[in-house]
Write a protein that binds this ligand. Sequence first.
Ligand code: MD3
Ligand code: FE
Length: 203
Amino acid sequence: EPFSFAPGAVLFRGFAASETQDILAALERVTKQAPFRRMSTPGGRQMSVEMTNCGRYGWLTDRNGYRYEDRDPESGKTWPAMPPLFRRLARSAAEHAGYPGFEPDSCLINQYRPGARLTLHQDRDEQDFSAPIVSFSLGLPATFLFGGPKRSDRTQKILLTHGDALVWGGPSRLNHHGIQPLEEGRHPLVGDRRINLTFRKAR
Ligand code: MD3
Ligand code: FE
């Protein structure tokens, strides 16, 4: 059932779909404490994706750069705890992909409304690139762009749909990737948006 489209990258279609309602309930508890917000890039542009975090460390960006912090700059409080269900799902997907014992200390939550996108980038704000990254997609489908180690490398397009889990390890961990502008639509359980949960070991 899993599908590998690059060395170290494994896709599990619909992995988390049966847990949708519990995921959304946990998400609501997180966003009550740490609401979605649009962050600014170091260059001063506002991102189209809305973001928040849970877990020990949260990823953020502002005029001072990209980094992980243990507090939400909007509230000054620590990020909400990672819901046990999130931890379990991330660990399970990682194990199925051949990375037993995955213990993420960070979960970035991205919310895409129609039109929102994420330009091609690398994830390299983490201390240890040997740990995999695990991500889950919920709601509206999105076209994922997967490139190579260089920004100019050619990209493949992969449609990510509701419940899909992706595990990125090994050589794919530092590849460029992005999300094309989200198309209009409405998912019966998630509504007019796409949610992405990305689990990482930040420190
Ligand atoms: C490939 N998020 O938050 S998740 C990000 O759908 C990010 O919101 C996208 O890229 C999203 O940084 C993509 C899939 C993903 C996450 C991490 C990766 C793909 C990756 C790290 C290396 C290679
Ligand atoms: Fe990324």
